[in-house]
Design a protein around this ligand. Structure first.
Ligand code: DNO
Length: 348
């Protein structure tokens, strides 16, 4: 596996010098943030990210994300222009040594939580989702840190209305239409697409979500079989869905060569509804067996990118929820240990 760490570019409060010192980190996971969603990234911006990382001994081989314009998801008339731009972006990043692009196909919203600083028994804080509190959220006035985009309340209302006519099946058809156009460019450039699952893995605010389960993935791979059409195995996202068997999914999709990227983090299911809390990475903290997931990946030949996902806020650190330095660095150290022990035990 190749250990990586997310870096939000020059505006990130965590300097590359520190990222470089996290054990085993080889590459940053980053993106160009100075271009509106749907437009083409400049070679200069990409080159700059690559140069900044290289100056600290790091690669920049993974992009998270090239966001998909809503008109593509909605199947609107101008989607072909946005898809052409997306293809161009794949070519731009490929020219600068990028090997893997993480993206999602969630309508309007990226990941959702109801609490940004849930206090854990040890005094640390983390992101949490309460099924009860979720019912009280006004979707037209919602901003979460780390989203690739945010809208004005008016734009949000317009989008939510537009999705009223889009069924799960229609969204799926729009997704396949998009993939059929971009995957040939991936094959030509050697870039793999790592689809991030819905987070949480169910419909929200009446919006359809179609990347929430094993059945969803199987349907997608049947429609677009190319191995460039792969996933980000985000254990925390899939793992919030209690019917998702992460060990089985890790084994199955690693064996198929479809796990191009793994976001590894733990979640604790906190009630009988859908509530969950993000916790430290170790298995003992949460509802997922991280050692078994890593073993399933290694046994099945996984050799992709890994990053420690959302950490808690610890040691007095403040800042972007889930994206502090300390707990993600501890997560990387823990995951390195799991991988090394598993690989050695299996003679890999
Ligand atoms: C949250 C992230 C997501 C992810 C996107 C990929 O912390 O995992 O925002 O980057 O869904 O497009």
């Amino acid at each position: 596996m190749k250990m990586t760490f997310r870096w939000y570019g020059e505006k990130d409060s965590i300097p590359l010098e520190y990222i470089r010192q996290i054990p085993n980190v080889q590459s940053v996971v980053t993106a160009v943030y100075d271009v509106p969603v749907g437009e083409v990234w400049s070679d200069a911006s990409m080159q700059k990210l690559k140069d900044l990382a290289a100056a600290k001994g790091l690669k920049a081989e993974v992009i998270e994300s090239i966001p998909v314009h809503e008109d593509i998801k909605l199947g609107r008339g101008d989607r072909d222009r946005y898809i052409a731009n997306y293809c161009e972006n794949i070519r731009v990043v490929a020219r600068h040594g990028v090997k893997c692009v993480c993206y999602n196909f969630m309508p309007v919203f990226d990941w959702l939580r109801t609490e940004m600083a849930h206090v854990n028994p040890d005094g640390s804080t983390s992101l949490a989702y309460s099924a009860e509190d979720f019912k009280k959220i006004d979707p037209t006035n919602l901003h979460l840190p780390g989203w690739d985009e945010s809208y004005t309340p008016e734009e949000l209302q317009g989008l939510l209305k537009a999705y009223k006519n889009v069924s799960h099946e229609q969204l799926f058809e729009n997704f396949v239409y998009f993939l059929e156009k971009i995957i040939p460019v991936c094959e030509e450039t050697g870039v793999v697409m790592a689809l991030h699952p819905d987070d949480p893995p169910w419909d929200v605010f009446g919006l359809p979500r179609i990347v929430s389960s094993e059945a969803d993935l199987d349907k997608l791979f049947a429609a677009v079989p190319s191995k460039c059409n792969g996933i980000t195995l985000c254990t925390g996202s899939f793992g919030a869905g209690r019917k998702n068997d992460l060990v089985h999914m890790a084994a199955k999709y690693a064996a198929q060569g479809r796990v191009h990227f793994a976001h590894l983090r733990n979640v604790l299911w906190t009630d009988d509804a859908d509530s969950f809390c993000e916790v430290g990475h170790c298995s003992s903290y949460g509802s997922l067996d991280m050692a078994a997931i890593v073993r399933a990946l290694v046994e099945n030949g996984f050799d992709g990118y890994v990053r420690p996902d959302h950490g808690r806020s610890i040691f007095g650190e403040t800042g972007k929820g889930g994206y502090g330095l300390y707990d993600r660095a501890l997560g990387a150290a823990y995951l390195n240990g799991l991988f090394e022990a598993t690989e050695k035990a299996l003679g890999k």
